[in-house]
Each structure stands twice: as C-alpha cells, then as structure tokens.
Design a protein around this ligand. Sequence first.
Ligand SMILES: [Fe+2]
Length: 289
Amino acid sequence: MELRARSLHPVFAAEISGADASRPSPDLRDAIEAMMDRHAVCVLPGQTIDAHQQVAFAKTFGALESPPRVRGSRGARTEKFPPEIFPITNLTEDGDIQSEDNAARQYRLANALWHTDSTFRQTGATYSMLHACVIPPAGADTEFIDTRAAYDALPETTKRRIDGLEAEHSIWESRGKLGGYTPTPEELIARPPARHPLVKVNPNTGRRSLLIASHVSHVVGWPRDEGRALIDELMAFAQRPEWIYAHRWRVGDLVIWDNRCTMHRATPFEDSKYVRDLRRVTVREFAAA
Ligand SMILES: [Fe+2]
C-alpha cells in the first residue's frame, strides 16, 4: 500500500495521504506502522468515520484499552459509543457544555500538563488515535514533543546515569498537580501506579526515547527528592522549542501518536463558550494482566 507523507516539522510529525481509516486492512496497518516508526505523530486528514469504525481500525494494531468511567463526563459506556472509546470532550451526558465545577472538567485540566497516555497503566500504550468531531474556532491545539530527539541530545553522562532506571507513574500524581478531581477510594484501588523504564527502546527501529512527564511520581529505589530533581531536569531538557510540534485541529483529523516516544499536552480554549468534542482510542502495549 502506497501512503504519502508530508512533513509537518523538521524533526518529526507528518501528514499522511492515501489512508482511509474506514477500510482497515493488514496492508494499511503495516504501512501506517512504518510511517509511525519514522514520524511518531501521523495526521490522517478528512477521515469520515464513526466511533465503531474508529475502533475497528484501531483494533488492527492490537488490543485496545477500556477507558475508565470519569465522573461527570459523557460516559464512555453509554449506548452511544463502544466501550473502547474515550471521549475527549467538554460536553456532559446531556450534551451541554460542562460547568466549571464539573468533575470531568476538573479531571481534564491535567491534560494541559506534558504527559504520555496510559503510562500509569501496567499495560502501557503504543498508539493513541484521536478523531476530531467538533473543534472550537480558536485555541485547543495539541502540542507534541519528540522524546527520541530529546534522548539523542542528552549528554553521554546523563544517558549513562538514567540507563536501567525505572519510574513510577500514577494518574493521581498528575491529577494532584492540576485540577480539583478527587478520586474516590474505589478509584484509588482500581487505578494503582505502574512502573516503567525511563528509557524506552522501539522494538522495530532500536531507537531510544525518554518516558517521563506528569504522571511520574518518583524514580524507583531513589530518595524521592533526588528522583524528582532528575525528572524535573529531564523534563526541562526535553521542552526545547525545536522538538515541539503544535497540531492545529481540523474536523475529520485522525491524529495517531506513539506514546513510547512522545509527550503531548492540550492548550487552552474558551471551554465554557465553545464545544470541543473528540474521540480517542488507545492501543495497549502489553497484554492485560
Ligand atoms: Fe493525552
């Protein structure tokens, strides 16, 4: 299958033409994977797919996550969507714009921090696939960092220092930093922390990348302050402008990013005035326990 890539940034990210997500196939999957290994963020514009077609397309890449129900949100498990859909939306169950004190809005605020999807899960994630249904007139770009480029540029002494280290990641760590979403005791039990290497290796290309960002609470086996200082140092290093691509959304965009080698964050928009409604599915890196 012949796909064409138009570069969106000097280091990574490309717009892909010739792909129709409504017609999934092993050939299309292989062609997209090859593009992803190179570009890490791929934009498939003009995709007219419903939630079921998005899930069917994503399933060709592996098993999908079942997102948790977040209080106050349009439910992931309503009859409207298959259970693998994670609505990225400022709408309530009833289709109204969420009020400022809505729990799902509070939960969503931490998406403004640099993060990598699902590092707080033991099963990790390879690709997130986000499809844009309604986009506000201004703001709400998604910014991405290529953490392969950041890793490559690290001093050799730092590479040696972090080789073999593991970090602990928790959804409640990032939610504690920003936003007022307080987990219930049941949510705390249902979503425990997970440990992952600080340096990821792409099994297809052998390229290394940093796996850090806002879900990280500490470095395993290190005093908390020292681990925190190391993560802060790596985060500051990785945020160089030359490694950041800002995606300006258009309705119909299906943006795929590789969570093993990127971080991303949401940028603000007038969320009490305009609707922003997107649907995400996430491919698991490892089988569920
Ligand atoms: Fe995210």
